[in-house]
Structure formats: structure tokens, C-alpha cells
Design a protein around this ligand. Structure first.
Ligand SMILES: *[C@@H]1O[C@H](CO)[C@@H](O)[C@H](O)[C@H]1NC(C)=O
Ligand SMILES: *[C@@H]1O[C@H](CO)[C@@H](O)[C@H](O)[C@H]1NC(C)=O
Ligand SMILES: *[C@@H]1O[C@H](CO)[C@@H](O)[C@H](O)[C@H]1NC(C)=O
Ligand SMILES: *[C@@H]1O[C@H](CO)[C@@H](O)[C@H](O)[C@H]1NC(C)=O
Length: 874
């Protein structure tokens, strides 16, 4: 009892708690209405704070709380310095979210500064920060979360990492938390969903407070070592005669215990960052260097030492395991005592167990019995007490960071650059012989399909007329870096299809392009329509690629106004069409002025197309916003689920038609000009055979569309001019039914009359079908071989199947092999929704691109689909 009596006074234990709250855009706009999740966080913090009552803890420490806080996005705003809970709650209620991007590392830096800046003369406080965030960052300008969390830790701050909701980046959350993460992260959450309903998680609050108190206790309550006096000598026995001897003198105090062993080595230092070159980030793990541990606490003063050689302990959260090897001099061996329990009972227990066991007091010898005469001598000194027990050290602080790594290796070679721009035309050469063939670099005879394409791309140019296109793309935090890159690629891919750019931004014709990327007010960045340095597609692409993700708030309405006032208004060309393409996730910061969403609608020369993409938390975008942006014309709205759909070939193609509906293809004056025509399938012979599935599955309605289809094809393809024309297209049509039931409507011909009369006499078989035998029949009879060859020399023979693939599969594989042998090119128009994909794939000779799927056959005739079909066939 006496041993602990001096501990009964309460030790002052102040605790400082600092809330660090993320109010960036991803948090603020996560729930609707905007800002509602921030309000929930405020409520959570309020409940939290209300539970922080001053109290006596474990009968040993007196806890007093002070509370402060900041909220942050890209900047930080201190809303309360350390104060009482009442003051804190008042300041808390005044928080309005910041919006914009998230720099957690800067917030941690500022938090550390706020927590440690005030000189404080009382007992050392236990320091905590509760960081509430989603762990998503848009940048790390303050050296990164890990580095800043470490710094806070070095200043003695323990950081709890609390998720605002379930939408989090768990890795980011863990980087924030102090170690061990099981204690400081522990899935703490503000809003959890229970039974489909959101509610504040008071369990998280209670658990955090529990940990805080305990940690504070460990910090404030240090067991005091006491000196234990040696046992006094025995009283001397009385002498026969002499006076009673004096009592023996109290034994000498034992020596001071020896200094404790150094603490265990600190954790390894943080690896150095390798210097990076050429875009390739490599982390080099520097040599770890732990620092020496702190010198141990001095051992107990007193009399019990000498036998206890050393104490070593391992601390594991809450439970502490002690292994105490003790050298017993009397037994002349080491005895080991293990102990497990919490810190509190250990400290008490340690003081007792030791020591009772090993303490081996010797008494002073008895005083001489006194004769009646002289007084007895005083008893001799009691023996020296044992040496105090050795103190024990705590783990030392973390060692310094490893040294910076070596410079990284050179990055891998970049991919081959794009082709350079066309060179200046050379001087006129001497006039040569007129030639009938055009040279097309890269064209090889085995790929006949590429010939027409090559001729067009090398010699011809597409022109969209006087056209200004302005892209307005969302560069806010909620879009994310990857999606922002997709937006840029969308701009580039679309422009790739717009043909040649205006050679001079001031010229009255030609296409000009501008881009506005936007986030919050004041961050808009533009590539202007009349930028004099942008005269080629590659210059424009480079400018787009150089746009950096802004990662702030979403101020869509202001961005539209900016686009109009800065790009369009001042640089209008007479007779030029202006198309604006706005890409956004539909939501914007409600602090922006939504009247300006329709800012572009007041100018009749401007057409606005709005593209809405599902946002980062996968909620549906706000369609109303899109409707306003598109000036209430719903057919100018495209909604898509994900950003990758922006760069899908189909969508780019659609944009091409929307932005440049009537292109003019201009081909230069070439010696072979007569062969060059804007119509497809030019300059080469193409023999096209249509194989129509006449089974009942086709249906009368589809059958009746066959005439329209063939007419459209003859109209669109440039047909050969006569029997002996070695170029252009010819057409044949065969309807196939059961084996042997093949009906040739017309064989390969250039003659429109023959085609018309063939179609007129065609009747629907309406039976079942077998495509394999039909192919063989067609090859033998319509294509022919050797001397009976019906196709023209060098002609590309192209089969167009109209079928759903549900057909007798007999000899299909042989038939497809025969098509390969004859170098026949295949196209499949698949009708209906119940198709046999395997058969279709075989017919398309394994080329999925060659399969055109439509509900009803007439769908092929829709402009977009039909153009794609013709482009493919040619
Ligand atoms: C922390 O934020 C406050 C504004 O709330 C600012 O005055 C202070 O300079 C910031 N400190 C650091 C280290 O960024
Ligand atoms: C709406 O947009 C479509 C497609 O651009 C266009 O054809 C139509 O005329 C527009 N409607 C109105 C009322 O402007
Ligand atoms: C990109 O957008 C998709 C939705 O299209 C979303 O699921 C994803 O989280 C976004 N990526 C980032 C980094 O924000
Ligand atoms: C497919 O055609 C072959 C040959 O004409 C015939 O023997 C077979 O019964 C047909 N299969 C079906 C399922 O009709």
C-alpha cells in the first residue's frame, strides 16, 4: 500500500482534438441536394464533440478536452482554434463547403501546424486529429499524404481516418491514419447505410473516443519508481546486566539502479524518392536506417536492484506481453517470468511481483546484550539494499528517411510519332508523259480494299465548309484524370474526321476549332478559334494534349458564358456555322448561376450539342441541365453511361455527321483524274453478289425491302459504264432456299435495266434455307472459274449475305474455305434479334466488323448505316 500511496493524486491529462474535414467537390456534390453530405459530417462532428466531457479516468488521470478544426479542399480554412466544446460547436455550424479539388497532404500539413503552433506551458497534452474525407485526391502539392502524416506523427499527433461515406479510396484513407491502422482507421465512417437507410455512425465516435482516452492515459500516467529502504537491523537482546543496547542503525540505501537499456530500434526510415526522368516514375528503396532508440528512463532508485538484470517488453495494442528474464544470484541462474495483461495491471503487478520474490533482506545483527553496567553497542548497519530495478526504454522515434535514390533509368523509347504534316509542294517538274495510273504509297495489290481509300486519302481532301467548332469540356475534380484524358481524346478523334483545317484563321472558309476546358470560375483555359499558331490538325492536337486537368469545382454555366464571350463573339465569320459541343457529367456547383446555362441559346448562328456522361459515383446526371444547355432541343442531347463511350467509333462517327453533315470531297487535278471520283468503289473493278436468304424467317416485309436496297446500292455505287468497262462496280443477286432451290434474280451486270427486270420477277421463296450449298452454287455459276470466269480480271469479288444465320449448316465450312480460296470478300447484314452468331461469324470470315446488325432490313437504308455499309463494301 505504501508503495502506491503517492499515486493516489490525479494526474492532469489535457487532450487536444483537431477535426480536419474535407469539403471538396467530391464530398459536397456526392449526395443531393449539393452540400448535404457536408451537413451530415457537421452533425457527426457535433455529436462527437458533445461526448467530450472532462472526466476522471481509471482513478489516476484527470482528462480535460480542448477542440479545434479546419476544413479543406485545395485550400484550408481554420474554422475554430482550440477552445471549449460550446465555442467549437458554434464555429462548426458556420462551415460552408469549399468545393473544388482535394489536397489532403496540404490539409495535414496545416493541421500539424495548427495543433503544434501554440506554446503551451502546462502538462504536455495528448494530441489527436480526426480527419474526415473520402481519400480521393486531385493533387499532392505538399509532398504527399504519407510524408505529411509522418510529420504529424513525429510531432506526437495521432490521426484517426474517418470515411465520409462508402464512396472512398481506402488506400488514401489508410495512408492518412496513424499506426496501427487497425486502431486509427478501423473502418470509421460518418454515414453508414443500415437497412437501406443512411444514418450517422455513433459507434465510430464511441470507439475513437475510447482509443483517445486510453492513449492519453498511457501518455500521462507514468508509474513512479520509489525508493525502498533496507530492513532495519534487529533489536539487540538485553544483556544480563548492562543497559539495553541501542537499536541498530538503519541500513544504507541501495545504489541507484543502472540506466535502462536503450529503447528498441525505431521503425525503419521511409525510403527515399528516386529522381525520375523521362516520364517513368520509379521508386527506389533507399537504405533503411533506423535510429538509435531513446535512452531509457532511469531505473528505480532503491534497494532492490542488482538481481534484476534487464527487462524487455513488447507492446502490442492494449495487450502487453512482458518477458522478464531475471538473474537470481543465489540460484546462480536466469529465471524467466512471462506476463500478459493490460498496461495498467502490469504496472501495478510489476512493482509487486519483482520484488517480493527476489528481495532477500538481511537483518542487522543483534545488539550486544547489556551488562547491568555499560550500555550495549549499537547494532551494526543493516546491509545495503538491493539495487533498484533497471528502467526500460521506449522505442525510439522513426529513423530519418533513406537518402534519395539514384536517378531513374531513362524511360522507354516513345512510340513512333505521327506522320509529319504534308511538305510544301516542290517546284514543277518537267512535263511528263500522261499516265493512266496513280501511285499510292503503301498500297499493295493484295489488299485491294485499301486502294480506293488510299487514293482518297492521299489525293483528296474533305471540306466541311465554313465551320467553327467549339468544344467545352469538363475539367473538374469529379471527372477524374483518366476521364479528362478521354475527353481530350474525344476532341482529337472528332477533329481527325473534320477534314482539313482553315489554312488561316482569318480565312472566310474552312474549319476552325476551339476548346474551353473548365472547372471553377477563374480557371477556364481555352484554345482559341483564331489562334494564329493553329493552322494544322497536328498543331491543334498538340495544343489539346497539353491541356492539364484542373481538378477543381464544376462551374458549367460560367464556362458557357466564357466560351461565348471569349471565343465566339469576337471572332465570328460571316456565313460560318458555329457548333458547340459541351461535355459534362450534368451536375454543377449550385453556387454558379444556372441562368447562364442557356447563354449560347440567344445567338441564332450557334448550335449547341450537350453530351452528358454518368458521373464518378455512377449516379444519373441531371437531365434538366443538359436540356437547358442544348437550348431545349432534346435531339441535340446525348447521354452515355461512361466516358469511354465518348471515344467509341460509332459515337465519333455520329459526331462527324452532326458536325459536318454535307462534306465536300475535293480531289486535285491529277493525270489519272478520270479514275478519281468522289463516289466510292472508284478506280477499280468491284463485283458484288448479294445472297439473299429466302427462308420464311426473313418475312415478307423484309423481302419487300430488297428492291429498295438494291436500288440504293446501284445509285450509291458508281456502276461500270458498259460490258467491257474494266473499272467500277457490277452487281448480282441470288435468293437461296433449300439445297438446289436457288433463284438467280440477275447475274453480274452493270445494266440498270437488267437489274430492274430481275428484281421485278423475283418472288419470295418463303421456305427454309441452306447457305453452304448456296455459296458453292454461286461460286460455280455466278463467279465462275478459268475459261468460264464471269468476273472481270483483277476484280474484287464481294459477297453480301442477307440472313439471320439460322440456316441448314450443311457443308458451311467447305463453302467458307472455297470463299477464301477464291479471295472473296464478305459482308453480312444480319436481320432480326434472334440470330445465330456462330454462323454469322463464319460467313463474315471471322471479321466482326463485317457484320451489320439491324432489326429490320429497311434499317440498313438509314443514312448512317447505309454509308457505313457502302464504305465497308468499298
Ligand atoms: C493554414 O491555413 C491558414 C488559413 O486557414 C493559413 O493562414 C495558414 O498559412 C496555413 N498554413 C499552412 C502551413 O499552410
Ligand atoms: C433540334 O435539333 C435537330 C437536330 O440537330 C434539328 O434537326 C431540329 O430542327 C432542331 N429542332 C429545333 C426546334 O430547333
Ligand atoms: C470516370 O468515369 C467513370 C464513369 O464513366 C467513373 O466510374 C470513374 O470513377 C471515373 N474515373 C475517375 C478517376 O474519376
Ligand atoms: C440439311 O440439309 C441436308 C442436305 O440437304 C439434309 O440431309 C438435312 O436433313 C438438313 N438438316 C436439317 C436440320 O434440315
Amino acid at each position: 500500500q505504501t508503495l502506491f500511496s503517492s499515486l493516489s493524486e490525479l494526474i492532469d491529462c489535457p487532450i487536444k482534438v483537431y477535426f480536419t474535414i474535407d469539403t471538396s467537390e467530391t464530398i459536397a456534390l456526392q449526395e443531393s441536394p449539393p452540400g448535404s453530405l457536408v451537413e451530415s459530417i457537421k452533425e457527426f462532428t457535433k455529436i462527437f464533440t458533445e461526448k467530450l466531457a472532462d472526466e476522471e479516468y481509471r482513478g489516476q488521470i484527470q482528462i480535460t478536452w480542448s477542440i479545434g478544426g479546419l476544413h479543406f479542399s485545395q485550400t484550408q480554412k481554420v474554422f475554430s482554434h482550440f477552445t471549449t466544446r460550446e465555442n467549437f460547436i458554434r464555429s462548426l455550424s458556420r462551415i460552408r463547403y469549399l468545393g473544388k479539388g482535394t489536397y489532403i497532404d496540404c490539409a495535414l500539413r496545416n493541421m500539424t501546424q495548427q495543433v503544434t503552433q501554440h506554446y503551451y506551458s502546462g502538462p504536455k497534452a495528448a494530441l489527436f486529429s480526426v480527419v474526415i474525407t473520402d481519400g480521393h485526391v486531385t493533387g499532392s502539392p505538399c509532398m504527399g499524404i504519407k510524408m505529411m502524416a509522418d510529420r504529424a506523427r513525429d510531432q506526437g499527433i495521432h490521426i484517426f481516418s474517418v470515411a465520409a461515406s462508402r464512396s472512398i479510396d481506402e488506400l488514401g484513407m489508410r495512408d492518412i491514419a496513424s499506426s496501427p491502422t487497425e486502431v486509427y482507421r478501423d473502418n470509421y465512417i460518418v454515414m453508414e447505410v443500415v437497412g437501406g437507410k443512411p444514418r450517422l455512425s455513433t459507434e465510430s465516435i464511441d470507439q475513437i473516443i475510447k482509443v483517445m482516452k486510453y492513449q492519453a492515459y498511457l501518455q500521462c500516467y507514468k508509474p513512479t519508481c520509489l525508493a525502498v529502504p533496507g530492513i532495519p537491523g534487529r533489536k539487540g537482546s538485553s544483556g544480563p546486566k548492562g543497559a539495553k543496547g541501542d537499536r541498530g542503525k538503519t541500513g544504507q540505501k541501495g545504489e541507484k539502479g543502472r540506466q535502462g537499456d536503450p529503447g528498441i530500434e525505431g521503425p525503419i526510415g521511409r525510403p527515399g524518392l528516386k529522381v525520375v526522368s523521362a516520364d517513368v516514375t520509379q521508386i527506389h528503396f533507399g537504405n533503411f536506417q533506423g535510429k538509435m532508440g531513446r535512452i531509457g528512463v532511469p531505473g528505480c532508485k532503491g534497494d532492490l536492484g542488482d538481481k534484476v538484470r534487464w527487462i524487455f517488453f513488447i507492446q502490442k495494442y492494449f495487450y502487453i506481453m512482458f518477458i522478464v528474464p531475471v538473474f537470481d544470484a543465489k540460484l546462480n541462474k536466469i529465471i524467466t517470468i512471462g506476463y500478459m495483461g493490460d498496461m495498467h495491471s502490469f504496472e501495478k503487478g510489476l512493482a509487486c511481483f519483482e520484488l517480493m520474490q527476489l528481495f532477500n533482506p538481511q537483518q542487522g545483527t543483534a545488539g550486544h546484550p547489556g551488562d547491568p553496567g555499560p550500555r550495549g553497542d549499537p547494532g551494526s548497519l543493516g546491509p545495503k539494499g538491493d539495487k533498484g530495478r533497471t528502467g526500460f526504454g521506449y522505442p525510439g522515434p522513426r529513423g530519418p528517411s533513406g537518402s534519395t535514390g539514384e536517378r531513374g533509368n531513362k524511360g522507354p523509347r516513345g512510340s513512333r510519332g505521327e506522320c509529319g504534316a504534308k511538305g510544301e509542294p516542290g517546284d514543277n517538274g518537267p512535263e511528263g508523259e500522261p499516265s493512266l495510273s496513280c501511285v499510292c504509297a503503301g498500297w499493295s495489290g493484295t489488299h485491294r480494299r485499301s486502294w480506293a481509300h488510299c487514293i482518297q486519302s492521299v489525293y483528296c481532301e474533305k471540306h466541311c465548309g465554313a465551320l467553327d467548332i467549339v468544344f467545352v469540356i469538363d475539367s473538374s475534380e469529379s471527372v477524374g484524370l483518366m476521364n479528362f484524358t478521354l475527353e481530350k481524346n474525344f476532341v482529337i478523334n472528332t477533329i481527325n474526321r473534320m477534314g482539313s483545317m482553315a489554312s488561316d484563321p482569318a480565312s472566310p472558309t474552312g474549319t476552325r476549332v476551339g476548346v474551353v476546358q473548365f472547372s471553377h470560375e477563374g480557371t477556364f483555359e481555352a484554345i482559341r478559334l483564331d489562334d494564329p499558331t493553329i493552322t494544322s490538325i497536328s498543331a491543334f492536337k498538340m495544343a489539346v494534349k497539353n491541356l492539364q486537368w484542373i481538378a477543381g469545382g464544376t462551374f458549367t454555366p460560367s464556362a458557357l458564358r466564357f466560351a461565348y464571350d471569349n471565343l465566339i463573339k469576337g471572332s465570328k465569320r460571316s456565313r460560318a456555322k458555329i457548333s458547340v459541343v459541351v461535355v459534362t457529367d450534368g451536375r454543377f456547383d449550385p453556387r454558379d448561376d444556372d441562368n447562364q446555362l442557356r447563354y449560347l441559346c440567344n445567338d441564332p448562328d450557334v448550335t449547341v450539342n450537350a453530351i452528358g456522361v454518368g458521373d464518378m459515383f455512377d449516379k444519373r446526371h441531371d437531365s434538366e441541365t443538359l436540356v437547358s444547355i442544348a437550348c431545349n432541343n432534346k435531339s441535340r442531347i446525348t447521354e452515355m453511361k461512361q466516358y469511354t463511350d465518348l471515344v467509341a467509333e460509332d459515337f465519333i462517327e455520329k459526331m462527324e455527321t452532326v458536325l459536318c453533315p454535307d462534306p465536300v470531297i475535293k480531289c486535285p487535278d491529277l493525270p489519272c483524274k478520270t479514275e478519281l471520283d468522289v463516289a466510292p468503289c472508284v478506280g477499280r473493278p468491284v463485283d458484288l453478289v448479294i445472297l439473299l436468304d429466302g427462308s420464311e424467317r426473313l418475312g415478307m416485309e423484309n423481302f419487300n425491302q430488297v428492291r429498295n436496297f438494291v436500288e440504293s446500292v446501284t445509285h450509291k455505287l458508281a456502276m461500270a459504264k458498259g460490258k467491257n468497262d474494266r473499272n467500277w462496280a457490277r452487281l448480282a443477286l441470288i435468293q437461296f432456299g433449300k439445297e438446289e432451290e436457288n433463284q438467280v434474280a440477275f447475274p453480274l451486270t452493270h445494266d440498270r435495266d437488267a437489274i430492274a427486270s430481275g428484281l421485278a420477277s423475283l418472288t419470295y421463296l418463303d421456305s427454309s434455307s441452306a447457305v453452304g450449298p448456296a455459296i458453292i452454287y454461286t461460286i460455280n455459276n455466278l463467279v465462275g472459274k478459268g475459261s468460264t470466269r464471269k468476273t472481270r480480271r483483277g476484280a474484287e469479288v464481294s459477297f453480301v449475305f442477307v440472313t439471320d444465320g439460322v440456316t441448314n449448316g450443311t457443308i458451311l465450312d467447305e463453302a467458307v474455305s472455297a470463299m477464301h480460296r477464291e479471295q472473296i470478300v464478305s459482308t453480312v447484314i444480319a436481320t432480326g434479334s434472334d440470330v445465330d452468331q456462330e454462323v454469322l461469324t463464319k460467313l463474315a470470315m471471322d471479321n466482326q466488323e463485317a457484320i451489320f446488325k439491324v432489326q429490320k432490313f429497311s434499317d440498313v437504308l438509314q443514312t448512317r448505316m447505309f454509308n457505313r455499309f457502302i464504305r465497308w463494301v468499298c
